[in-house]
Write a protein that binds this ligand. Structure first.
Ligand code: AVJ
Ligand code: FE
Length: 441
């Protein structure tokens, strides 16, 4: 986000960002009953009531104790909400705060944080400079709001969430080329200046990227259905060896939440509603292995993380890397599908105003995009402010996702933002687009 220079505007912006996150947290937790808050809807996820108190606990730790120098409010609960002490599958059996206590804990922490915010100086060190740690906590809550939305997607039972659909695809879509050309050469990847960028996005560094072609939109459900119909799931040669093994073991035959309807039709379950798979929407709930196999079937490959970022941020006219595909201005509803405004991606080809200089669309918002790359530190990486955010996850077991989704908030999504997950994960709101090398003339 664009950060105000003066302290009073910065205070207002921080309060607004924290407020947006809390409103979403309430929306995701007040719509179900106590039993649903405590229940584990999938072994992959925490109970919703864990996320609620964990968000409050991190806010207390970093803002009240870290910035404000306060004593712990309830030191005995800290270990319960430390993500590294207890794996998600074990969290339901912990003596967690019951829903009402979790709510009042979160409420009390927030009240004290807003008091602190009134008096804090932003010039006492790196943690508070430009309001960084407040921004980190707003992002953290929004990341858990996205996790809670995935829990809702996994939840069985009658629907409790709804939102208006995005606009239909723009009419000029038919004239859109299938792919764009991103010119070769060095560009600046990552950032050293974005005030609320997290440690793994830093520092800015030059990367030479040879010319390549990239899909103008994320891969659609219609295109993915062709891959299924062509026997893509049964052709071992299309799959990475570990991916084939997983495809066999997990018996993958289609994206998660899909089932066959009558007469060759596909259906999907979305937040408790079963509906026909919309052909024009980007495919979603596929794992990295499925994305990789599709790309091979199409005679293409997944883009590397550097390719994705260059296609998103590089402006050939100025030679500069921008904050977003459309420029440096923060996202708006006309530029990208973010912030759980719609509870689904918009049709492939939407948001022409949000296109990158290359012409590629929907790089930000709609669906997270799997990249070919492992989650690794940039040259010159320094863990900050804690190694458990990124550093402990670096390595070949995680793949990088880029661009955010309809489920992600603008505060936690930008051209440099890096997400990561295991290549088998499918409950996240992830799709992909494909690339190919440009012919060297
Ligand atoms: C960046 C989405 C992978 O949810 O595991 C939340 C974000 N880190 N609390 C995750 C995070 C600590 C993280 N991801
Ligand atoms: Fe967390």
């Amino acid at each position: 986000m664009t950060i105000a220079a003066d302290a009073s505007t910065l205070r207002d912006e921080i309060a607004a960002r924290l407020g947006t996150a809390r409103k979403r947290t309430h929306g995701l937790t007040n719509c179900v009953d106590e039993a649903d808050l405590i229940r584990q809807h999938s072994p992959l996820m925490s109970p919703l009531v864990w996320d609620l108190a964990h968000v409050a606990n991190q806010e207390e730790l970093w803002l009240l104790r870290g910035v404000g120098g306060r004593d712990p409010m309830h030191p005995e609960i800290d270990p319960l909400y430390d993500a590294f002490e207890h794996p998600r599958a074990k969290r339901p059996s912990l003596p967690l705060l019951p829903p009402e206590e979790a709510r009042s804990y979160a409420h009390e922490v927030r009240g004290r944080v807003l008091d602190l915010l009134e008096r804090v100086s932003f010039s006492t060190g790196r943690l508070v400079e430009h309001g960084f740690v407040f921004g980190m906590i707003a992002q953290h809550e929004q990341q858990h709001d996205e996790t809670m939305l995935a829990t809702h997607q996994l939840r069985k039972g009658s629907p409790v969430l709804s939102a208006p659909p995005p606009d239909p695809a723009p009419a000029e879509l038919l004239g859109l080329p299938a792919e764009v050309l991103v010119p070769g050469g060095t560009f600046t990847m990552g950032t050293s200046t974005e005030p609320w960028a997290l440690d793994n996005e830093r520092p800015a560094h030059p990367v030479d990227v040879p010319p390549f072609h990239l899909d103008v939109t994320p891969v659609s459900n219609a295109a993915y259905i062709e891959f299924i119909a062509d026997g893509g799931y049964d052709e071992q040669r299309l799959w990475n060896p570990a991916g084939w093994e997983y495809r066999q073991k997990a018996k993958l035959t289609a994206p998660l939440f899909w089932e066959r309807g009558g007469a060759g039709q596909w259906l999907r379950r979305r937040f408790g509603v079963t509906e026909p798979v919309p052909a024009a929407e980007p495919v979603m709930h596929v794992c990295w292995y499925e994305a990789d196999a599709y790309a091979r079937w199409a005679g293409r490959r997944l883009p590397s993380e550097a390719e994705w970022e260059k296609a998103t941020r590089f402006d050939p006219r100025s030679g500069r890397s921008r904050r977003y595909p459309w420029g440096d201005a923060d996202p708006t509803a006309a530029l990208a599908n973010l912030g759980q405004r719609h509870l689904r991606p918009a049709p492939a080809g939407s948001y022409p105003q949000g296109a990158a200089p290359s012409g590629a669309r929907q790089l930000i918002g709609d669906v997270w995009e799997w990249t070919a790359s492992d989650f690794l530190p940039y040259p010159g990486f320094v863990a900050y402010p804690y190694p458990e955010y990124s550093e402990v996850f670096f390595g070949p077991e995680y793949k990088v996702l880029r661009g955010g989704a309809f489920s992600a908030d603008p505060v936690a999504c930008r051209g440099t933002f890096r997400n990561w997950d295991y290549p088998i994960r499918r409950q996240i709101f992830a799709g992909f687009r494909t690339a190919r090398d440009a012919d060297l003339a």
